[in-house]
Structures are given as C-alpha cells and as structure tokens.
Design a protein around this ligand. Structure first.
Ligand SMILES: Cc1cc2nc3c(=O)[nH]c(=O)nc-3n(C[C@H](O)[C@H](O)[C@H](O)COP(=O)(O)OP(=O)(O)OC[C@H]3O[C@@H](n4cnc5c(N)ncnc54)[C@H](O)[C@@H]3O)c2cc1C
Length: 310
C-alpha cells in the first residue's frame, strides 16, 4: 500500500462521505455471524455520487477496498481488513419503471434489502421475487452471490446491473453481458454494483403472499434462525446437498469454541456465543476434510472469506 490509512486519510474520506465512516471498526458488529477482526475503515456512502468519489479517491492512492452489503455471507478473518470496506447499505432508491410489455421493470439501488424488496413487490403485486423471502442480504450482495433458493436465483430476474469498475464511470450492463453461475456473478476486480433493474411480472397478490408465507414457514422449520450465522456455508456439490453430506458424516453438533455445526441444518455453522473467525474457519476445515475422507467429495465454501490471519 503506497498510502497508509492514518488520521489525515480519515479526514479526507470524511470529506467525500456524508454518511457513516468508522475507523478501526470491529467487523463482528456488522457481520451476521458476529465474528471478524477490525477493518481499517468501514465507510457507508449515502449515494452513487459518493461511491464514485470514494472509489476514485482510493484507486488514485492505491488503497485496497472491498464492497460489502449487510455482511450476511461474509467472514473477515480475526486479523482484520487492511484498507476500506465500502458498505452500499445506505443506497436505498427503489421505484417501478414500467415498459410497454407485460414485464415490469423495478429499479433498485444496491443497499435495498431483499426483505424490503419482497415487501414492495408484494404490495405492488409483482411476481418473480418470492424466492428471496427470508434471505437477509442487500440487492448488491444478492447479485454478486447470485443468491438463490427454492429453484430460482437472481440471474432469472435481472434485466441490467449498474456497475462501477475502477477507473471507469458507472455503466449499465445488460443481462446478456453478465456472467452468472451457481452462487456467483463474475465482476471485474474492484467492481461495485450500485443499482440494478429487475424484470418482474404482474401477479395476483394473494398467490404471491401465500408463496412468501410458505417460504418463510419452511425457513423457520429448517434453518437455525435463533443463532447467528451466514446461511449455508458450503455450495451444494452435484448430486447430494452439502447439508445432507455433513449430516451423513456425523458432523452435526461438532464444536470449535463457540462455533457449532448446527443440529438443525448441517450446512449452517452457528455462533452460539463468543465465537471468533478462527473458530468458524477451523470448523469449516474439519468439515471439509471429513467429507473428503469419508465421501471423496470436495466441498467448496459459499461464504466469502477475506482479511488477514491474526
Ligand atoms: C439466515 C441466512 C439465510 C440465508 N439464506 C440464503 C439463501 O437462501 N440463499 C442464498 O443465496 N443466500 C442465503 N444467505 C446468504 C446471504 O444472505 C446472501 O448471499 C446475500 O445475498 C448476501 O448479501 P449481503 O448484502 O449480506 O452481502 P455481503 O455478505 O456483504 O457480501 C457478500 C459478497 O457480495 C459482495 N458484494 C456485496 N455488495 C456488493 C456490491 N454492491 N457490489 C459488488 N459486490 C458486492 C461482497 O464483496 C462479497 O463478496 C443466507 C444468510 C443467512 C444469514
């Protein structure tokens, strides 16, 4: 890093960002798992203009940065993140843009939560987004992760994405130029999604409501929602869901410190108290090794792991 993240740097960032800027910020305060070391800076721009200003400023100074949303799929190692975590959670624009066909286009900024989107689409009787009910992230994070459930995924409802790549202006990228795969959208290094257009259909409010309620009830039954977690830890390999493999290998209930493989769902690791990132990561390694030894299957993590070892 050519420039250090010192006080003078902090003051400059505060000139660009009117929203919250935290220094030496413990990420266990933000991550849904409740673990994570300190980020040098955790900045929450208020709008696209501030995102563009901040990214330009950091690129010019060669300071590392990384976009985040609600940190519901993220583990920052206990040594923390050297550089600036840019949370898009304050970008909250949301409006309908209808075109001439049956398809309804919904414009939403990256920080809009999937919960707010689900509520909005229910109120407006728009179908297509029901599968997002109960997923706790932001739209930006959901796009980057190609979040999915119940047989659908973000890829199916995206019309275009507003992308800020370092050294460029914000560009609207149509779906035909977006490369989605299972729980992934390829982005250029340092690429930040600031907004998206979602293509939805007119639906019947009662059937949308019923579907959302069914999904929420299923989630409550299947997922350990009373504990802190980051959702599914591993991607499902072809054939058998990761949760079933973990259960069949007898790993449910396995514990490292306060990190535990959930008794309720094998693919969830929960923080039952004061777990640290290294407890979560140690448990992930044990699960991965055991499943490989017993079933010959290489599990890959779905959750994103960044930052330094302690
Ligand atoms: C209880 C629970 C249940 C869950 N259920 C599901 C589920 O059913 N299906 C599913 O797919 N996921 C699920 N998740 C995981 C998670 O909620 C989703 O992946 C979510 O979409 C992540 O959004 P986020 O804003 O929290 O992203 P973060 O965790 O903050 O970030 C995740 C990744 O997205 C990137 N990112 C975030 N915002 C942007 C942006 N604006 N531009 C570019 N990159 C960005 C980050 O760099 C990082 O790589 C669950 C999590 C929990 C805790």
């Amino acid at each position: 890093m050519k420039h250090s993240v010192d006080e003078a740097f902090g003051r400059q960032v505060q000139q660009i960002i009117s929203g919250e800027v935290f220094f030496n910020e413990p990420m266990n305060r933000h991550a849904s798992l409740g673990v994570g070391g300190n980020a040098d800076v955790f900045a929450c721009p208020e709008n696209e203009r501030e995102v563009v200003g901040l990214v330009g400023f950091l690129v010019d100074r060669d300071i590392p940065f990384y976009p985040v949303g609600n940190c519901t799929n993220l583990v920052v190692r206990d040594g923390g993140y050297r550089g600036v975590l840019i949370s898009l959670r304050r970008l909250q624009g949301l409006e309908m843009r209808t075109d001439s066909t049956e398809e309804i286009l919904l414009y939403a900024e990256a920080g809009v939560s999937l919960a707010r989107l689900t509520e909005f689409t229910l109120r407006e009787s728009l179908a297509g987004l029901e599968f997002c009910a109960g997923i706790p992230g932001t739209l930006g994070g959901a796009l980057r992760m190609n979040a999915g459930a119940w047989g659908s995924e973000m890829k199916n409802i995206v019309s275009s994405v507003h992308l800020l790549a370092p050294g460029r202006k914000i560009e609207e990228i149509p779906r035909s130029r977006l490369s989605f795969s299972y729980r992934n959208l390829d982005l250029p290094r340092g690429g930040v999604i600031t907004a998206a257009l979602l293509a939805l259909r007119r639906g019947r409010r009662e059937s949308i409501k019923t579907r959302v309620e069914e999904i929420m009830a299923e989630r409550e039954k299947r997922h350990p929602l009373t504990f802190r977690s980051a959702g599914s830890v591993f991607k499902n390999p072809a054939g058998t869901p990761a949760g079933r493999l973990i259960e069949e290998t007898g790993l449910k209930g396995l514990r490292v410190g306060d990190a535990v493989v959930s008794e309720q769902h094998g693919n969830f690791i929960v923080n039952t108290g004061a777990a640290r990132a290294h407890d979560i990561l140690a448990l992930i390694e044990i699960v991965r090794r055991t499943v490989k030894e017993q079933r010959g299957i290489e599990l890959k993590t779905e959750i994103v792991i960044i930052g330094d070892e302690q």
